[in-house]
Ligand binder design. Structure first.
Ligand SMILES: Nc1ncnc2c1ncn2[C@@H]1O[C@H](COP(=O)(O)OP(=O)(O)OP(=O)(O)O)[C@@H](O)[C@H]1O
Ligand SMILES: [Mg+2]
Length: 483
């Protein structure tokens, strides 16, 4: 049994909320202490013993308090007692539940004596977060969210779950608009803050990539005294990030990249089937290690991670060794060999989780580095990159250079915006364009040949991930029939 994360009285003291329950005899049960082992904002995934936090988002969490108790919630953090809250079940009533969650987060931070790392960037946040989990986990107890919880409720939720005795806390911080990172980083107060990269993501809300860099640099505003800013040396906005870090009072600024003068410098990168060998100079010392994910962009994320490891005083060698065990999460570069009908064996590079120009270029480079077997080809299956504003058509068309650089043999593309890339691509490369991912899948299926390497990528909403899912299930089908 896991130790209590929040006892009734600690949670009440942190939030200033009232401990109560519907019905029953309040005098009697208030004396009965409860303790929560974790926190949950979703009654569907709540684990017995969790405290349910009734947030208002797309739906009002107060409508699910009863369901949460049915799933075994230890208590519920609410702004009012819902009509259907079961009698006698412990409630912690606060004025505003999101504010209450932030209060818990602040209290969790104050009672923990570990070090905290925060990560933002236009791509690579979750990858870096997962690398930090394994790298710091080699030195002590590391806490990080299971998912990409990086927004106005995700960050406080992750911090409010920081165990008292954790040695390290890792926090992914995202944003769609200027000003969103500031309150989150001030809540976390990181000892090390990473900007992985800056590129055109959510461009429609910003107007220029420079403004995006400004917004990412907000992460430095929350640095704890003595905190270290970690910035991408090769990025065109590196100088801006450095200036912002200085202005924010960073005690040290550490850069990572391939260029001369980077504090952590990539010297050599050799791709292997399920990872890469990396040689780097880390603060003047030559090191070599294996990373459990291919892609030069992942190697860069790893260097940023090692900078943070050093910044929080964790040992480097076990961290480097642990990075061999890092595995890309679903849709972020995971590879699979798939046996299709007709004896065709293909490799699927699943990048379908999301896309913007920075991550699209990285994924195409990954495809370029892959070596198809025999007469196999490099096939890019691309869905639209969304939220790019008026420049969207141009940003799509511009990928033609990355397609050529990656020696892509065939392009399959879905969605109106991808039409711009389709038209910019050489005729010999064109496999199929369609408004819909389904049509693209049908054409692709017929075309696939033994040895092909297929990389699938697009924004979440482009639905291009269905191509990856369909190819995976293709293999599963004959097996299921035999069983
Ligand atoms: N440093 C990087 N530079 C460019 N692209 C990257 C980098 N790291 C990862 N990527 C690409 O971005 C994709 C998403 O990676 P990841 O989930 O780590 O990013 P994220 O910043 O957490 O995204 P989100 O904003 O959706 O939470 C990966 O599949 C990969 O293609
Ligand atoms: Mg993420």
């Amino acid at each position: 049994m896991t130790a209590a994360l929040w006892t009734a009285y600690e949670a009440a003291a942190a939030t200033g909320g009232a401990l109560c329950a519907r019905g029953g005899d309040p005098d009697r049960w208030i004396a009965e202490e409860w303790a929560a082992r974790g926190l949950s904002i979703d009654s569907r995934t709540l684990k017995p013993g969790d405290m349910f936090v009734a947030l208002k988002d797309a739906r009002d969490g107060h409508d699910f308090v009863a369901a949460a108790f049915e799933k075994g919630a230890a208590a519920a953090l609410v702004a009012r007692a819902p009509e259907d809250a079961p009698d006698g079940k412990p409630l912690l009533v606060v004025r505003d539940t999101l504010e209450g969650l932030r209060d818990l987060a602040r209290a969790a931070r104050l009672r923990n004596f570990g070090k905290r790392v925060a990560v933002t960037g236009s791509a690579g946040k979750t990858s870096a977060k997962e690398m930090l989990r394994v790298a710091l986990g080699a030195a002590g107890r590391a806490h990080a969210a299971e998912k990409s919880f990086n927004n106005h409720w995700g960050v406080p939720l992750t911090l409010a779950q920081l165990p008292m005795n954790a040695d390290y806390g890792v926090f992914e911080i995202g944003m769609n608009h200027a000003g969103e990172i500031t309150p989150l980083t001030r809540l976390v107060r990181p000892h090390a803050a990473i900007v992985t990269t800056v590129g055109p993501a959510h461009l429609e809300f910003f107007g220029s990539v420079e403004k995006i860099a400004e917004a990412k640099a907000e992460i430095f505003l929350g640095l704890a005294p003595g905190g270290v800013a970690i910035i991408p040396a090769d990025n065109e906005h590196c100088a801006l990030l450095r200036r912002r870090a200085e202005k924010a009072g960073a005690a040290r600024i550490v850069s990572f990249g391939a260029r001369d003068g980077a504090d952590l410098r990539l010297l050599d990168y050799a791709e292997e089937s399920d990872g890469a060998r990396i040689e780097a100079q880390v603060f003047g010392e030559d090191v070599a290690f294996r990373l459990g994910a291919p892609g030069r962009h992942q190697a860069m994320n790893a260097l940023a991670v090692l900078a943070a490891v050093r910044a929080v005083g964790a040992p480097l060698v076990p961290a480097m060794e642990a990075l061999a065990r890092f595995a890309p999460s679903e849709g972020r570069g995971a590879r699979r060999e798939i046996a299709l009908s007709g004896g065709r064996r293909i490799t699927l590079i699943d990048e379908s989780y999301n896309a913007n120009p920075a991550s699209m270029a990285a994924a195409l480079a990954l495809l370029g580095a892959a070596k198809p077997r025999g007469r196999g080809r490099r096939i890019a299956v691309l869905g639209e990159m969304l939220e790019l504003g008026p420049d969207a058509p141009k940003l799509h068309a511009q990928l033609a250079d990355a397609l050529a650089a990656a020696k892509v043999d065939r392009l399959y593309a879905a969605g109106a915006l991808m039409r711009h890339l389709w038209e910019a691509a050489p005729a010999a490369m064109r496999g199929r364009w369609s408004e819909k991912a389904d049509d693209v899948l049908a054409a692709l299926r017929a075309d696939l040949a033994d040895g092909d390497v297929v990389m699938v990528k697009g924004s979440n909403a482009s639905k291009i991930s269905l191509v990856a899912r369909a190819l995976e299930s293709e293999e599963a089908r004959p097996k299921a029939a035999n069983e």
